[in-house]
Design a protein around this ligand. Structure first.
Ligand code: CUK
Ligand code: CUA
Length: 636
């Protein structure tokens, strides 16, 4: 996320303020003492009530809550309370953190090739990547964990590829990508979200407007470009329908009751240059009535393009004229960015980006109002560059302020009661370092957020870590939000490789991954000791072998130059955490083999010579000895 801020302000402008602000607790924009924002009973007076409050201690006995008083420690040998799934941006992967330790536990390759997990190296994952467009990278932004009845169910994580217009599915039984769909009729799928409560559809939010179909027609006629919302069935990962809209689409979020989906639009005029895109005073929040859209599809009111039923949801569409429009267009201040639905499903909150407000939309009013703009019930003045909003389940919203480098906490109902563009609903602001994009609170996307931890995903780290050259890490900051009296407490800086955009945080009790593979779940047939063999047929060689401490099933295998060789390998170990791999470096292969995992790799033996196949996971004291020879005989 690198939105254009309304001013040229960046972290540089804030650097000079930061030290002073910390000292006298001034909130820069408002010029008020920070403690004035804390509710009655704050600071010293509140400490008497802190006993029994999770996470907050008074470690230094000064009677004032501070970062050192928040217990975020996870001692060696102990486990975290939450999983956090963070997108890897243009690294193309998903990272798994433990919270509150902020330790990075795992990386899951999705749109990228990755050798330590053998991803894109064995036949199955390579074919998955090839059939999904054959790109070597992607831009992963929005990891959303599947829910049942508006609560995390531990089945899947879905994530978009903003670069190539794809959607991927990670299965949480094995924490691995198991499906990717290359979505037709769209470029740059940005938002990714589910229809709730039960994740029966996944939505890909089409960002870039292009001619549909994009086959050379209307090349330089931007008025004819369009963007679409895409609905994907999560079990099959098939695209089931699309809706074409006016303007573009940016971020999205699902309502909680199986009907609504919301998406922002920062380019309602359909412009193609930055200055034109930022010109209109208002852009849209689009509310998609997914039930009405499904009825239109069932009634055949669509055009089939590239095999997908595409429904017309533009403002002029006949389907939008009746009393049950497919898409409601709500005017919100210019260039909105994030939209997120409150845990109780009452409101959708749109963050202003180029306007210092959030817009609160009451969802039930869509059925009651004649003018769609009458769904707006609040518009608090939150600060510079609001991008995304998260929830604690206690009626508070937390919004990142990109330009101000802050997170602002505000009261949702107070914002509905207050005048438009009032600061009254603001409770508190905390400095973050620097320029935050998304933020995520524990289980914020469910009906029941946990309300204890919040991560601010900051785009710049500047001087917060040892310098490592011109490419800086980003900074994921852990903030404790569990004590409304003491206020938000910044607890930890965590450097992140570029670049997390969004995250989901799930209590560990809701995810139950397998420690070893169940061979029944794998496509490739298990190779046991008795199955070890070499099958030769018409220039094709199929090697079936085991791997275990400390040898492969064959000490050497001879093939002919030009043979098409398939090696099927099973790690027959049953002990958890005992991994091997099959590396054949000169053939650019490294297949990872977790316990009870079988993988297959196919290549053409086009280079005569001796090739050591070795195990790249340090599996035992005789790990270095775990190697066999591939002998490729030259053609006569
Ligand atoms: S995100 Cu994708 S540009 Cu604000 Cu949801 Cu960073
Ligand atoms: Cu097996 Cu190293």
């Amino acid at each position: 996320m690198t939105p254009t801020p309304p001013t040229d302000a960046t972290a540089d402008d804030r650097d000079s303020e930061t030290a002073a602000d910390t000292d006298d607790h001034l909130i820069p924009r408002l010029g008020l003492p920070r403690r004035d924002f804390i509710k009655a009973g704050a600071a010293v007076g509140a400490m008497g009530t802190l006993a029994g409050c999770t996470g907050l201690l008074d470690n230094n006995g000064d009677g004032v809550a501070s970062a050192s008083d928040v217990d975020a420690s996870v001692p060696p040998g102990e486990l975290d309370e939450y999983y956090a799934f963070l997108s890897g941006g243009h690294s193309g992967d998903v990272r798994v953190y433990g919270v509150p330790s902020m330790r990075q536990i795992m990386r899951i390759p999705v749109f990228n090739y990755e050798s330590a997990r053998g991803y894109g190296h064995d036949d199955e994952t390579r074919e998955m990547l090839e059939s999904a467009g054959d790109y070597t990278w992607g831009d992963a932004h929005h990891p959303r964990v599947s829910q049942t009845d508006n609560d995390y169910d531990g089945r899947w994580v879905f994530i978009n590829d903003k670069a190539n217009g794809r959607m991927a599915r990670i299965n949480l039984k094995y924490f691995e990508t198991d499906a990717i769909v290359d979505i037709p009729n769209t470029q740059g799928v940005h938002g990714a979200c589910a229809r709730l409560p039960d994740t029966d559809l996944i939505f890909g939010v089409g960002e870039y407007r292009v001619p549909i179909p994009n086959d050379g027609r209307n090349l330089d006629d931007p008025d004819a470009y369009e963007s679409v919302l895409t609905a994907i069935e999560p079990e099959s990962m098939n695209v089931v329908w699309q809706v074409r809209v006016d303007g573009n689409l940016d971020n999205g979020d699902g309502g909680k009751n199986g009907r609504w989906f919301f998406a922002t639009d920062y380019n309602s005029d359909g412009a193609v240059t930055e200055s034109e895109m930022a010109r209109p005073d208002t852009d849209y929040l689009k509310a998609f009535d997914t039930i009405a859209i499904e009825e239109a599809v069932e009634n055949g009111e669509y055009e089939e393009i590239n095999g997908v039923p595409v429904v017309d949801g533009t403002t002029e569409s006949p389907l939008n004229q009746g009393d049950r429009p497919l898409v409601h267009y709500v005017d919100v201040p210019k260039s909105p960015h994030g939209v997120s639905v409150t845990p109780d499903g009452t409101y959708a909150i749109v963050s202003g980006k180029l306007d210092p407000t959030c817009t609160v939309v009451e969802i039930d009013r869509f059925d009651e109002v004649d003018d769609p703009n009458d769904v707006i019930v609040g518009q608090p003045l939150v600060g510079g560059g609001p991008l995304h909003t998260a929830y604690d389940g206690r009626g508070h919203a937390y919004t990142t302020l990109f330009v101000d480098s802050q997170v602002v906490k505000w009261d949702i109902e107070a914002a509905v009661d207050a005048e438009r563009r009032s600061e009254d609903p603001i409770i508190e602001k905390i400095d973050v370092h620097y320029n935050p994009g998304h933020l995520i609170a524990a289980e914020s996307y469910t009906a029941d957020p946990q309300g204890d931890w919040l991560i601010s995903l900051n785009k710049l780290s500047k001087d917060r870590f040892l310098p490592v050259g011109p490419v800086h890490p980003e900074n994921d900051q852990l903030i404790y939000i569990g004590d409304d009296d003491a206020g938000m407490q910044l607890v930890k800086d965590t450097p992140a490789y570029p670049e997390p955009h969004d995250a989901s945080m799930v209590h560990r009790s809701k995810i139950d991954p397998e420690p070893v593979y169940d061979p029944e779940d794998l496509e490739t047939e298990y190779v046991d000791v008795d199955d070890t063999e070499v099958i030769r047929e018409d220039g094709r060689v199929h090697i079936k072998m085991t791997s275990q401490r400390n040898e492969f099933g064959f000490h050497d295998v001879t093939v002919q130059e030009g043979d098409e060789v398939t090696i099927t390998t099973t790690n027959i170990e049953t002990t958890s955490d005992l991994l091997h791999s099959l590396a054949i470096p000169q053939y650019d292969i490294n297949v990872k083999l977790a316990p009870q995992e079988t993988r297959e790799v196919t290549f053409t033996a086009d280079k005569p010579g001796v090739y050591w196949m070795y195990c790249a996971y340090f599996c035992s004291a005789l790990h270095l000895e775990m190697r066999s020879r591939l002998l490729v005989e030259p053609e006569e």
